[in-house]
Design a binder for this molecule. Structure first.
Ligand SMILES: NC(=O)C1=CN([C@@H]2O[C@H](COP(=O)(O)OP(=O)(O)OC[C@H]3O[C@@H](n4cnc5c(N)ncnc54)[C@H](OP(=O)(O)O)[C@@H]3O)[C@@H](O)[C@H]2O)C=CC1
Ligand SMILES: O=C(O)C1=N[C@H](C(=O)O)C[C@H](O)C1
Length: 246
């Protein structure tokens, strides 16, 4: 049977591409809403909903997904801890794929970041994450940068909260602390998404960079996740589960 996919945020930069990718994948566009749309109606009429909106709307859509028993693909970034807790609650009842970035290359980068961090002692290698996005982006650091930070922390057998984040350095900051991960966010023009993870030691640097040239890469990944999610039991998944990379 043809999969019915609903889109929350259909008039946005991502939403327009998602509608095209739903059709390209042979699925049915069950409906699409913007800020003023009927969200409950969208969930009622869809097998799975893809959300690329904002943090507050994402939280509301997670609650609706659970209420309507529908799978959810969540791409929105900038969620607070409380908003992520609402997503986790929904995922006890329905499959939720919550991914900071739906590009395959970034998800490989997450896996590499964890392995590199495990191999490079924090006393010798400072981890720094630099990201750049278009001037319309409203949250910083990007969800992907935070995802990279979480991967580095995991590689060091800690959480990101335990390791600590150092962002917005300005003025007399004093020497860099050992351990925390540095974050820097650049905004300008129409940059689709660039992320660099740098491990800096006294005698060497290692840097990994991902550049997205076309945000269609995210839309293709999200539609792929939608087809995958409807076959899963309730749970919180991310793109590594969809792609089968660990
Ligand atoms: N995980 C990933 O791979 C990616 C994540 N993102 C994230 O996706 C989100 C959207 O990005 P982008 O498309 O560039 O942003 P846009 O601002 O272009 O689009 C967001 C859309 O969401 C709609 N919206 C706002 N509130 C609601 C609501 N309550 N219900 C339904 N729709 C709503 C807006 O509609 P209206 O026009 O009515 O205001 C708008 O069209 C961001 O958080 C971004 O960081 C982006 C790219 C990739
Ligand atoms: O807002 C964007 O554009 C993007 N947001 C995501 C993020 O916050 O990481 C993913 C991608 O970098 C594009």
């Amino acid at each position: 049977m043809t999969l019915r996919i609903g889109i929350a945020g259909i008039s946005g930069r991502m939403g327009k591409l998602l509608a095209e990718e739903v059709a390209a994948a042979g699925a049915e566009l069950a409906g699409g809403i913007g800020r003023l749309g009927d969200a409950a109606g969208l969930f009622a009429g869809s097998d799975v909903v893809i959300d690329f909106t904002n943090a507050a709307a994402a939280e509301a859509h997670a609650t609706l997904a659970a209420r309507h028993g529908k799978a959810l693909i969540l791409g929105s970034s900038g969620l607070s801890a409380a908003q992520e807790a609402a997503v986790e609650r929904a995922a006890r009842q329905v499959p939720v794929v919550y991914a900071a970035n739906f590009a395959p290359g970034v998800n490989l980068l997450f896996a590499l970041a964890e392995r590199m961090a495990a191999a490079l002692p924090p006393e010798q290698y400072d981890a720094e994450i630099v990201e750049m996005h278009h001037r319309q982006k409203v949250d910083a650091p990007s969800g992907t940068a935070i995802g990279l930070g979480r991967a580095v922390a995991r590689g060091r057998s800690k959480t990101l909260e335990e390791v600590g984040m150092e962002s917005g350095r300005d003025g007399h900051t004093g020497p860099r602390a050992t351990g925390p991960i540095g974050f820097a966010a650049l905004r300008g023009g129409q940059v689709v998404g660039e992320h660099t993870l740098l491990f800096a030691a006294g005698s060497e640097h290692i840097a990994l960079t991902h550049r997205a040239f076309d945000r269609r890469v995210y839309a293709t990944g999200a539609v792929r996740a939608a087809h995958w999610a409807v076959r899963q039991p309730p749970g919180l998944y991310d793109m590594k589960h969809v792609l089968g990379i660990g």
